[in-house]
Design a protein around this ligand. Structure first.
Ligand code: DCB
Length: 475
C-alpha cells in the first residue's frame, strides 16, 4: 500500500518541519531594535523606522564607572528577559566630587555599557550626566570631544540615543541663555557625523521645564526634550508642563524618574508613581527609572547580593526594584512587591522589626542564609497594600525540636489589632507555604504581617527563608 504510506508520511514531515522552524525562530526571537530599527521623532512622538509610535521602558545604570560591573551582556539580557526592559540609560557623571571633570577619563566605561546593551539587542542612551556642575557650558568642550567620538563610533548603530545634558540647574542656567545655545553647538557637532540617531536635550531646573523649551524649540530633526520626575516630589503641575510641551508638538522623553522623592532616598510613593505611569502610558512617553545600583538608598533596585551577571532572585531586588519590574512588565497580578531571602545576612535591608532572631548559615532553603526564630522571637514587616488586593504571604519554613502543640504563628495587622491567619506546626524538612490573607488586608495603608514563635523551649527554633508578599493590582 505505497500510496497510503506516503499519505501519512508527508503530513508528518510537514509537522516536523514546522516544529523545527518554530524552535528555530523562538531561539532567535527578534530584539526590540531588530523589530523597530532606527528610531525617529514624528511630531511629539517617538516612532520606529516605519513611523509607528513606540514607547520604550527601562532602567538607568547609576554610574558607568562605579557600577560598571553591571554593564555586561548577561546582565542586560536579564533585564531584557526577566524585566522586559527595551532600553538602558547609561549615566556618565561629568564631574567628580572634587569638582573636576571626569567624563573623558571614564569614557571607556561608557563604551563598555553601550556595547553590552547593543549585544543584548537593547536601545541605549548615552547620558552626559551633569548634576553638581549645573551649567552644561562648564564642560562644553569636553562634551564636544566626547559626542563627536560617540557619533563616529555609533552613527551606524540604530540602538544608540545621545543625551547631551542630564539636569541643567542653577538660577542663571536658563533655556534661551544657556541650555539652548549649548544644545545647538553639541547637536551641530553630532549631526555633522551622525545625521539620524535621536538626541535628548535636558531642560532647566533639573529637567523640569519642557514647557519653556517647547516655547523656544531647537530646529533639528529627531530631537526630544527630557522631563525628570521623582514621585514623592513632583506631581500634576509637572505633568501639566509635559502636556503643554506635547501640545506644542515638542517630543518628551522621561529619561529619569524615581519612586522616591528627589533625593533618591526615603520612603516610596507607589500611588503617585501609578499616576505618572498612567500618564506616560496615555501619551506613549518613553521612560527610564533611577536606578540600577546596590547603594543603600531607596531608589536603588538591587541589593549588594545581586550578581553582576543578572539571574537575580526576587530577594536580591529592593522594594523599588520589585515595583518597577512589575511596571516594566506591565504586570497586574501575582506581583511580588517584597522579598527577602536573608542573603544580605541582616534584617535591616528587608526593613524588618525583629526580636530574638538569628541567622542560619548552614541550612538555607535557597542560597546560603536563612532567618531563625528563637524562642519568643518574631519578625514583623510594615508594607502599605494601598492599591492592591488578594494579599498573600509566601515563606519557606523548617523547625527544630518543636514539641506537641508548639507552633509558629502567622498574623497580620489591620491598623488596630493583630489578627491570626495561620499556625504552622513542626516540619523537619523545608516546606513552602503561600498563605492568603483576608479581604481586609487589601488596600490598607496600615498593613503589617508578623511571623512569631509560639514556643518557649531553649532548643526549639524555626528557620524561615524566601519570605515574600504577593498581590494583585486593584483595577
Ligand atoms: C537627580 C540626579 C541623580 C540623583 C537623583 C536622586 O538629581 F540626576 O544623579 O542621584 O536625581 O537625587 C543621586 C544619587 C545619590 C548621589 C547623588 C549625587 O541617588 O546616591 O549621592 O545623586 O551624585 C536631582 C533631581 C531633581 C532635583 C534635585 C536633584 N530636584 N539633585 O528636583 O530638586 O540635586 O540631585
Amino acid at each position: 500500500m505505497p500510496v497510503r504510506k506516503n499519505y501519512i508520511k508527508v503530513p508528518i514531515a510537514i509537522l516536523l518541519g514546522m516544529a523545527a522552524a518554530a524552535l528555530f525562530f523562538s531561539g532567535c526571537a527578534q530584539t526590540v531594535v531588530q523589530k523597530n530599527g532606527r528610531l525617529q521623532v514624528i511630531g511629539n512622538q517617538l516612532c520606529n523606522e516605519r513611523g509607528e509610535a513606540v514607547q520604550l521602558k527601562g532602567m538607568i545604570l547609576m554610574d558607568v564607572a562605579w557600577f560598571g560591573d553591571y554593564a555586561n551582556p548577561a546582565c542586560f539580557a536579564w533585564l531584557r528577559d526577566d524585566w522586559g526592559c527595551t532600553v538602558i540609560r547609561a549615566a556618565l557623571y561629568t564631574q567628580d566630587s572634587f569638582g573636576q571633570p571626569r567624563a573623558l577619563t571614564q569614557k571607556k566605561d561608557m563604551l563598555k555599557a553601550v556595547d553590552a546593551a547593543v549585544a543584548a539587542g537593547l536601545y541605549v542612551i548615552i547620558d552626559w550626566h551633569n548634576l553638581a556642575d549645573g551649567n552644561p557650558m562648564k564642560y562644553k568642550s569636553e562634551a564636544l570631544t566626547f559626542f563627536r567620538e560617540m557619533a563616529e563610533l555609533y552613527k551606524d548603530t540604530p540602538n544608540v540615543l545621545y543625551e547631551i545634558c542630564s539636569e541643567p540647574n542653577g538660577d542663571d542656567v536658563t533655556w534661551s541663555g544657556v541650555v539652548k545655545p549649548y544644545a545647538q553647538e553639541v547637536i551641530t557637532a553630532i549631526r555633522e557625523i551622525d545625521p539620524k540617531n535621536v538626541i535628548l536635550v535636558g531642560t532647566p531646573t533639573w529637567s523640569q521645564r519642557v514647557d519653556i523649551a517647547a516655547d523656544d524649540p531647537l530646529s533639528f530633526d529627531n530631537i526630544m526634550y527630557t522631563c525628570h520626575f521623582y514621585a514623592g516630589s513632583h506631581f500634576s503641575a509637572l505633568r501639566d508642563k509635559v502636556e503643554y510641551a506635547l501640545g506644542k508638538d515638542a517630543a518628551v522623553f522621561i529619561s529619569e524618574w524615581g519612586t522616591t522623592d528627589h533625593t533618591g532616598n526615603g520612603i516610596l510613593y507607589p500611588e503617585e508613581t501609578f499616576e505618572w505611569i498612567d500618564f506616560m502610558d496615555e501619551h506613549k512617553i518613553s521612560w527610564t527609572n533611577w536606578c540600577i545600583t546596590s547603594r543603600k538608598e531607596s531608589s536603588a533596585v538591587i541589593k549588594h547580593t545581586a550578581l553582576s551577571e543578572g539571574s537575580w532572585a526576587d530577594g536580591d531586588l529592593t522594594e523599588s526594584g520589585l515595583l518597577v519590574r512589575s511596571l516594566i512588565r506591565g504586570q497586574d497580578s501575582a506581583i511580588v512587591l517584597f522579598a527577602d531571602g536573608f542573603e544580605t545576612e541582616n534584617f535591616t535591608s528587608g526593613g524588618w522589626y525583629n526580636e530574638n532572631t538569628g541567622l542560619d548559615r548552614d541550612d538555607a532553603f535557597h542560597g546560603y542564609t536563612a532567618a531563625l526564630l528563637n524562642p519568643g522571637g518574631s519578625l514583623a514587616k510594615e508594607f502599605s497594600t494601598a492599591g492592591f488586593m488578594n494579599v498573600r504571604v509566601q515563606l519557606a519554613y523548617k523547625t527544630q525540636n518543636l514539641a506537641g502543640d508548639d507552633t509558629v504563628k502567622v498574623e497580620w495587622y489591620d491598623g488596630d489589632n493583630w489578627q491570626p491567619v495561620k499556625n504552622l506546626g513542626s516540619s523537619q524538612s523545608w516546606t513552602k507555604h503561600t498563605i492568603p490573607l483576608p479581604e481586609q488586608a487589601s488596600d490598607n495603608y496600615s498593613f503589617q504581617f508578623r511571623i512569631s514563635a509560639g514556643f518557649e523551649g531553649g532548643d526549639e527554633n524555626a528557620a524561615l527563608d524566601d519570605i515574600a508578599l504577593i498581590m494583585d493590582r486593584i483595577e
